[in-house]
Design a protein around this ligand. Structure first.
Ligand SMILES: Cc1ncc(COP(=O)(O)O)c(C=O)c1O
Length: 369
């Protein structure tokens, strides 16, 4: 999130309003789903485009147990903003200098590969580190083989300045409630750690909602904190979540077009009749996916209006036939209450994660307490 310079003369073209009370509500829902687990909130990628600093403060004040980001740079931003909660680096560090800095900032490091362990072993003995060892239980993205657990524990015990935060694994298909891989991963992880000390963490949002057996000592929700559903065909509202983000732009022109007139680049849409077409000041340079087809909805005055023609860099066109009262200056919602981000993402062949993270630095942010 980068809010562009504002002067009294600017009217923001595109605004992302983030309702921090929705994030607090969604954290309560996490605790209701997983009442016996500690919560590590994933606020990487600028809190999935919601603004990591305000979201981090909100979660910290609401008593979250830890925060998680991808890398040192993201954690540094949070520490510089005064956040004192435990912060885990989900991909760990990339160099000895990063490890030293992370140690100084009291960050928790995920260690997912042998090269990373060796990097840490090369630091001075006295460097204090708090480590999550990541095991690959079947996703085959990051993680040590399950059989390495004992060796990792021995490596930790050899260094008195190292503390074990716990053992972590990640689920590949938790959003598919019938997929047997999740149970296999949970079982394999438990088996590999039988008799070993240390806390366990398995579940992301989908895992903690759909797989009670994956809740373990720590859950790691991301998407659900922002109010979106991780499951195809189920909205956040159905899961008791409140969407935190609403993205709005405005109508900057209304065209009265004739039957047969073409709209936008490539002339891909032809008016089937005499009709009004609105031009909205938002495009792919703001984060509206260019792949959104004719028919994908926006909301004007709480009613749906379909996009027509191609999304361009700074504008989209919309069919105003159902909105005779719509006029220049009217607010247009790209997603938010009444138009779930999950649904818009579906039109773009993607997920709400990518819509949120795709907002660009041209978008103005407003955080409501
Ligand atoms: C290791 C890890 N844990 C937890 C999460 C949070 O996942 P979600 O946003 O699906 O809840 C992520 C996100 O990708 C992750 O990479």
């Amino acid at each position: 999130m980068h809010t562009p310079t504002m002067t009294a003369t600017f009217v923001p073209r595109v605004t992302a309003t983030v309702d921090l009370s929705a994030i607090r509500h969604n954290l309560v829902r996490v605790r209701e789903y997983a009442p016996h687990s500690r919560v590590m909130a994933a606020i990487k990628a600028d809190a999935y485009g919601h603004g990591a600093v305000p979201v981090g403060h909100t979660l910290q004040e609401s008593g979250v147990d830890a925060l998680a980001v991808a890398c040192l740079e993201e954690a540094l931003t949070l520490r510089q903003a005064g956040l004192t909660a435990p912060i885990a680096l989900l991909e760990g560090v990339l160099s000895p200098a990063e490890a030293e800095e992370a140690s100084g900032l009291c960050l928790q490091l995920v260690v997912h590969d042998r090269w990373q362990l060796q990097l840490l072993q090369g630091l001075p003995d006295a460097t204090p580190l708090t480590l999550w060892f990541k095991l690959d239980s079947g996703m085959h993205r990051l993680g040590f083989p399950l059989a390495a657990a004992a060796e990792l524990l021995a490596a930790l015990q050899a260094r008195p300045a190292w503390t074990l935060a716990g053992w972590i694994t990640h689920l590949a298909c938790a959003d598919e409630p019938d997929n047997p891989l999740t149970q296999r991963q949970v079982d394999a992880f438990a088996q590999a750690l039988q008799g070993m000390p240390g806390l366990r963490s398995i579940a992301n949002s989908a895992g903690l909602i759909a797989w009670p057996q994956a809740r373990a000592d720590w859950v790691r929700p991301g998407l659900m904190l922002y109010g979106s559903s991780p499951f195809a065909g189920r909205t956040g509202a159905e899961l008791g979540l409140r969407p935190a983000m609403s993205v709005e732009s405005r109508l900057i022109a209304v065209q009265e077009l004739e039957a047969g007139d073409a709209v936008g680049y490539g002339a891909t849409f032809h008016c089937p009749e005499r009709m009004r077409v609105g031009v909205v000041a938002v495009g792919y340079a703001d984060g509206v996916h260019r792949i959104l087809p004719t028919g994908a909805p926006v909301l004007i005055h709480g009613r749906r209006a379909p996009i027509v023609g191609r999304v361009s860099m700074d504008m989209i066109s919309v069919d105003l036939r159902g909105l005779p009262q719509a006029a220049v200056g009217d607010s247009v919602t790209l997603w938010g209450p009444g138009l779930p981000a999950e649904e818009v993402a579906g039109w773009a062949g993607t997920l709400a994660y990518e819509l949120f993270c795709g907002l660009t630095n041209r978008v103005h942010y407003i955080h409501r307490p």
